[in-house]
Ligand binder design. Structure first.
Ligand SMILES: Cc1cc2nc3c(=O)[nH]c(=O)nc-3n(C[C@H](O)[C@H](O)[C@H](O)COP(=O)(O)O)c2cc1C
Length: 229
């Protein structure tokens, strides 16, 4: 699939052309366009209409202060307690292999060999620069949420990601932000009852960056979907 830097003309187009972008142009996003995305995303459905997302959108100096502090901590080898683990451990098949393949495909594109751990860590570290995006988003939610509300947060994420495509923008959903919940809280100033659920980078894709040519594999339709008739 060719990287689509234009606007999506349809939902199918937005779904097909959305990828996780891991290198953004520094070009700012028009504040009205940004606001409109979140205005439209209000229509995201949620069980019982709980709307369990609380969204913090960073741009400009606020964004730079936030990411510089996190990257400063990373460089000093400082870490924080993750909100919760990213995956079940150990992972089982076929999920384990899918995850492995994603990493290999990405590092191959970046020409980073398996044994070059520092280079791999530097790439992971780019998460905390919001991949150079002009917009950084942290979604927090109440610690008392149950599993179904996490589905709702996922639906919200996808709604924002598809609306971004319609506006000619790209995104990177980022669980990585659960690794710096204390610094995130300092910048969001969210209440103690909330915790960090997920982050997201948003902006214009750097179409020249090799990492953005990754069009991640998917399972074949019949592997995961059974039509009962
Ligand atoms: C909830 C969620 C969290 C994710 N967290 C990260 C992350 O922290 N860093 C990252 O580089 N990619 C992250 N991803 C991107 C996935 O790796 C990506 O969606 C998957 O490999 C499929 O690729 P695609 O989004 O390009 O289609 C995340 C995706 C989702 C949906």
């Amino acid at each position: 699939m060719k990287l689509d830097t234009g606007k999506s003309a349809s939902v199918s187009d937005a779904v097909a052309s959305r990828i996780t972008v891991r290198d953004f142009l520094p070009k700012p996003v028009d504040p009205d366009v940004l606001r409109e995305i979140f205005e439209k995303a209000r229509r995201t459905p949620s069980g019982g209409n709980l709307q369990p997302w609380n969204v913090h959108v960073f741009t400009g100096e606020k964004l730079d202060d936030f990411r510089n502090e996190v990257v400063g901590k990373l460089m000093k080898g400082q870490s924080e307690q993750d909100t919760f683990p990213p995956y079940p451990a150990p992972l089982w098949e076929p999920q384990r292999s899918w995850r492995y393949k994603l990493g290999e495909d990405m590092y191959n594109l970046l020409d980073i060999p398996k044994d070059d751990k520092p280079a791999r860590m530097r790439q992971v570290g780019k998460n905390f620069l919001f991949f150079g995006a002009p917009v950084g988003i942290i979604i927090v939610g109440d610690k008392r949420l149950e599993v179904p509300q996490y589905y709702d947060i996922g639906i919200y994420l996808q709604t924002v990601m598809l609306l971004a495509r319609e506006a000619g923008l790209h995104t990177a959903p980022q669980g990585a932000w659960r690794a710096f919940p204390d610094t995130a809280k300092k910048h969001t100033n969210h209440p103690d009852e909330h915790h960090v659920l997920v982050g997201m980078s948003l902006g214009y894709v750097n179409a020249d960056a090799p990492v953005n040519s990754l069009y991640a594999d998917r399972a074949e339709l019949d592997e995961l979907v059974k039509f009962h008739k």
